[in-house]
Design a protein around this ligand. Structure first.
Ligand code: KG4
Ligand code: ZN
Length: 336
């Protein structure tokens, strides 16, 4: 079965062709970083317009086989920005209708987990860790389609925390890679930050307190986003490294503890923050369980993970109807 996957949930547009849920024939991504950089974050209206502009060209590039050989159109229908999702969904519906092929809506977060699963035979049950700009969650994966939510962030997503801390340090958007770059060679133990703990919920995350601690360290007590930095270049690097160390250590420690408590046999990691090399070092030095990372091109938002999971979603649930709606949030049910 040849599946065309379409992704437009946030600020990347993606089109991909995937065979039988695992063989990627093409995976074309158009990033909107340049468009949103002057604003320090994603501007939904600009994201929607850009998706509209680039989707037809992207489809052309992704079509390494004729369009009429496509058996199924898969599209991310949430969670994400409502207008951005709507562009991809309408594009997918148009294709499905004109080709007379079925349509299937795919959960974007579930696809981030599947990205690391698709290439490898993974020991199940596994603990899925989703770390992206919009999501931070620990999910027990018994098999594809069978999930249990173990923990999630109570405020900012981890990628969002990186982006906000980068902004307050005067770094461009997206901030995650910038913080990682700035931290190289710096001392991550200069500032002894504490990660957020939620009473009675050991596997939930909180990053807003850490973000405020970084703000005060950078701009003095009671500093605001508009206050100028009060520390020098060397200390800014140490501050970035200390933030990164604290935030990522909490992710690693909670993931390993959750995996052990829930008797998982491996840990699979998905989402844009999984590109961080320091995270990989922390995980690899601490985890007694095998770790599975997404292949290059499958960490950030992309169409291949949508097409690949779309294949399984279609096989389990059949097609979506033509009234498929975008969803800003999709709550985790124990079996999705
Ligand atoms: O998965 P993704 O493309 O989007 C969502 O579904 O949200 O992830 C984007 C996020 C951004 O917040 C970006 O700053 C972060 O991933 N990111 C990183 C790194 N590369 C991307 N964060 C930390 N270190 C990185 N190397
Ligand atoms: Zn994503």
């Amino acid at each position: 079965m040849l599946v065309l996957g379409i992704e437009s949930s946030c600020d990347e547009t993606g089109c991909a062709l995937v065979k039988e849920g695992r063989t990627i024939l093409s995976n074309v991504i158009a990033s909107q970083e340049e468009i949103h950089r002057p604003y320090g974050g994603v501007v939904p209206e600009l994201a929607c317009r850009r998706h509209v502009e680039v989707l037809p060209t992207l489809l052309d590039k992704a079509l390494v086989l004729p369009l009429n050989e496509v058996d199924l159109i898969a599209v991310a229908h949430g969670p994400g920005l409502i207008g951005a999702l709507l562009v991809g969904i309408n594009f997918a519906k148009g294709l499905a209708l004109s080709l007379g092929k079925p349509l299937v809506g795919v959960n974007h977060v579930e696809a981030h987990i599947y990205a690391a699963l698709m290439a490898n035979p993974v020991e199940l049950p596994a603990l899925g860790l989703i770390i992206s700009g919009g999501h931070t969650a620990l999910i027990k994966v018994s098999e594809v389609g069978h999930y249990e939510l173990i923990g999630q962030t109570q405020d900012d997503a981890i990628g969002e925390a990186f982006d906000k801390v980068a902004k307050l340090l005067g770094l461009p958007y997206p901030g995650g890679p910038e913080i990682e770059k700035l931290s190289r060679g710096a001392n991550p133990l200069t500032y002894r930050f504490k990660s957020g703990q939620i009473k009675g919920r050991p596997f939930d995350f909180s990053f807003s307190g850490l973000k405020t601690a970084v703000l005060y360290a950078a701009k003095g007590q009671n500093g605001t986003s508009k206050t100028p930095l009060t520390i020098g270049e060397e200390q800014i690097k140490n501050l970035a490294a200390s933030f990164q160390h604290c935030a990522l250590t909490s992710i690693v420690e909670k993931s390993i503890a959750a995996a052990q408590l829930h008797r998982c046999r491996s840990i699979i990691i998905g989402g844009g923050v999984s590109q961080n090399r320091y995270l990989r070092i922390l995980f690899e030095s601490a985890s007694p369980l095998p770790l599975y990372w997404p292949a290059p091109g499958l960490s950030l938002d992309n169409g291949a993970m949508i097409a690949a999971l779309g294949y399984h979603t279609f096989r389990r649930k059949g097609p979506s109807d033509m009234n498929l709606e975008p969803l800003t949030r999709i709550p985790w049910t124990n079996s999705s």
